[in-house]
Write a protein that binds this ligand. Structure first.
Ligand SMILES: Cc1cc2nc3c(=O)[nH]c(=O)nc-3n(C[C@H](O)[C@H](O)[C@H](O)COP(=O)(O)O)c2cc1C
Length: 297
């Protein structure tokens, strides 16, 4: 068994990429039942009871292992970690910032943690902070990005693998068996998959979001500036028009606070649909089991 599978406790080294506050216990359970590692997105979970409800919802549907993602700056993390440990969760992922303060508690509670990082320098810092594995997320990935120039996984994954001792997971640009095998060839022990699962049958995303991914052509995502961060989004007609006007200040036009309403309803004039560059390769909404089985075939 690989070191990563030992940490995850599932059959295939495939982790469901957490998506903001978009959660469906049914989808997490379906992914775990299909042999991969289902993941609750708790980065924006504002109270411990919500965490208890989400974990309980998955537990009712599967006895297979699953995990939860925490964003490092969430003040409720200590309480959430207690609840996760009580509920038998063995593995979490941490993202968006330095994980140093979370790992002593997490280890004391008997859990393991994989930290998401976007650039090589953070990989070394995270390893020094005691993480049990790294999720290397290249520039092609969906989700929040830094304002710095970034490398794609073809460079970032082997670079990190060459310099750390902990297992490495590749996140970004993986939708099928070709991407999965490429990640393993680069030295990753597994993959984290965001956009492909977002456009699955079980995904709780509104149909407008899934369709935006299916219809996204090559080169039709961009990094939307959000102050000290960027978000990879699908370019829509409103955004295209705004980009053609050099006067437009996109960081003022779009507020992260509008994401729950926009992504919950499919109103992408309010905030564009989040997704990775891999959207160009995704042409069909499929059940998560089919996605996973094709990936490992
Ligand atoms: C819309 C969207 C929201 C995301 N939100 C989070 C999040 O809350 N926490 C996190 O660690 N990663 C987040 N990610 C990153 C994914 O979990 C995953 O690492 C990434 O999507 C991998 O790239 P891919 O989309 O090419 O598969 C998000 C990605 C997308 C597309």
């Amino acid at each position: 068994m690989s070191r990563l599978l030992d940490i995850l406790g599932c059959k295939y080294p495939i982790i469901q990429g957490p998506i903001g506050a978009t959660n469906s216990p049914e989808m997490v359970a379906a992914i775990s039942e299909a042999g991969a590692f289902g993941m609750l997105a708790m980065g924006f979970t504002g109270n411990a009871e919500e965490a208890r409800r989400l974990v309980g919802g998955v537990r009712e549907l599967t006895d297979k292992p699953f995990g939860a993602n925490l964003m490092t700056m969430n003040p409720v993390n200590p309480e959430i970690l207690e609840i996760l440990a009580e509920s038998g969760i063995k593995t979490v992922t941490t993202s968006a910032g330095s994980p140093k303060h979370l790992y002593p508690q997490l280890h004391e509670l008997g859990m393991k943690g994989l930290h998401v990082m976007l650039a090589f320098s953070y990989a070394i810092k995270a390893e020094d902070a005691g993480v049990d594995g790294l999720i290397v997320s290249g520039a092609e990935s969906g989700g929040l990005r830094s304002v710095n120039p970034e490398s794609s996984n073809m460079i970032l994954v082997p670079l990190v693998v060459d310099h750390v001792k902990v297992p490495v997971v590749a996140a970004g640009g993986i939708a099928d068996s070709r991407g999965y095998r490429a990640a393993l060839a680069l030295g990753a022990e597994g993959v984290q998959v965001g956009t492909r699962f977002l456009a699955s049958e079980e995904s709780p995303a509104p149909k407008e979001w899934k369709e935006a991914i299916i219809n996204c052509a090559d080169g039709n995502t961009m990094l939307l500036p959000l102050g000290n961060m960027m978000m990879r989004v699908i370019v829509n007609p409103k955004l295209k028009e705004q980009m053609s006007n050099p006067e437009t200040d996109l960081a003022r036009e779009y507020n992260l606070m509008n994401v729950p309403e926009a992504w919950g309803s499919g109103n992408f004039d309010l905030f564009p649909a989040g997704a990775g560059q891999i959207s160009a390769l995704i042409n069909e909404i499929k059940p998560v089991r089919d996605i996973i089985e094709e990936m490992v075939s």
